[in-house]
Design a protein around this ligand. Structure first.
Ligand code: COI
Length: 329
């Protein structure tokens, strides 16, 4: 069996090399992302391991089939950038890593919320201007607030536990409510009900066609004035233009965005010597009540180790047994 791993960062390589040695499997590693220009590197391999937010489209799956590739094992959880219909059509198994570290993402989302709440970005700016006054940046306390968690999968549930630990009132929404959370009375009656009650809304849902722009002009209008928004899930869940308007009007009091609708050309690139030609992004960058981070909620040692090892294990399991439990259905 021969595997090739695309888009490998330096912090992943050691884990991959250890895995290859332990399992006595040939592994080729490249920094290149998987695109139509790089896929020829996969010739002669049985499986591809990859991680990227740019699309895996039909052209790629068609090429994989021609080359005799049998599996695309992605090292992350989200699969919204994968054309699963095309993968099936071209007989390519797709696997993901459903739970590399829910804590990594949940902890980060709470961290960002705490910064928004305590207005540390504003204080940092003031410090730089030699302004050490407290007012007017007074905070609210988490235990006096209601946190609305949208998406109660693994990550959302860890976030709920952390927020409960802070003493916040937690309400949740999920298209598929979990019986134990329902029994505990943790769900809002509806999404609108959550919008009406929550002082903070944190997104933990996967991106689908149905929930694209679920936060938009109309839904912002249903929320409490000054609501705080945290997004460590997917940028497409929010209509960015509408968010900017809501931030300007004060309907939304602040936003912590680790994902951004048009992030692909920006996040995880060194753009220190170029101008970013994205007016929406530049507008967000300039807002003092917005905290932007480049899709780093996942980025912990535990998560990276698990992402690499589980993705390689999935490829190995599928290529040796013909079945694998991490298959994306
Ligand atoms: C995911 O696991 O889906 C993430 O959002 C992490 C990122 C590296 C793609």
């Amino acid at each position: 069996m021969k595997l090739i791993a695309f888009g490998m960062r330096k912090d992943e390589v050691g884990f991959a090399e250890k895995w290859a040695q332990k399992n006595q499997i040939d592994v080729e590693i490249t920094e290149d992302l998987l695109t139509i220009d790089t896929i020829s590197q996969a010739k002669g391999f049985d499986g591809i391991i990859a991680l990227q937010t740019i699309p895996y489209d039909e052209v790629l799956f068609s090429e994989m089939q021609k080359m005799g590739i049998r599996i695309l094992s992605v090292r992350n959880v989200g699969v919204d950038n994968i054309d699963l219909v095309a993968a099936k059509k071209h007989n390519i198994m797709v696997t993901n890593v459903p739970a590399y570290s829910p804590n990594a993402i949940a902890e980060f989302s709470v961290t960002q919320l705490m910064q928004l709440l305590r207005k540390t970005p504003e204080f940092n700016l003031k410090l730089k201007a030699n302004d050490y006054r407290w007012a007017p940046n007074i905070s609210r306390e988490l235990r006096s607030l209601t946190v609305g968690v949208i998406g109660t999968g693994r990550i959302g549930r860890v976030a709920m536990d952390i927020y409960k630990g802070f003493g916040a009132k937690v309400i949740a929404y999920d298209l598929h409510p979990k019986p134990e959370l329902k029994e505990a009375g943790l769900y809002a009656d509806s999404l609108d009900d959550l919008f009406e009650q929550a002082d903070v809304i944190t997104l933990h849902a996967p991106a689908t066609k149905e929930n694209e722009h679920m936060l938009n002009r109309d839904t912002f209008a249903k929320m409490k004035q000054n609501v705080l928004i945290v997004n460590t899930a997917r940028g497409t869940l929010i209509n960015t233009e509408d968010l900017i308007d809501a931030l300007k009007s004060g309907q939304v009091g602040g936003a912590a965005l680790d994902t951004y609708e048009f992030e692909n050309p920006i996040f995880n690139h060194d753009l220190s010597h170029v101008d970013i030609e994205d007016p929406l992004f530049n507008e967000l960058l300039g807002m003092t009540n917005v905290i932007l981070t480049p899709h780093i909620a996942f980025y912990t040692e535990t998560a990276v180790k698990n992402m690499v090892e589980i993705a390689f294990n999935s490829a190995q399991q599928f290529l040796t047994t013909g079945a694998v439990e991490t298959e994306v259905k």
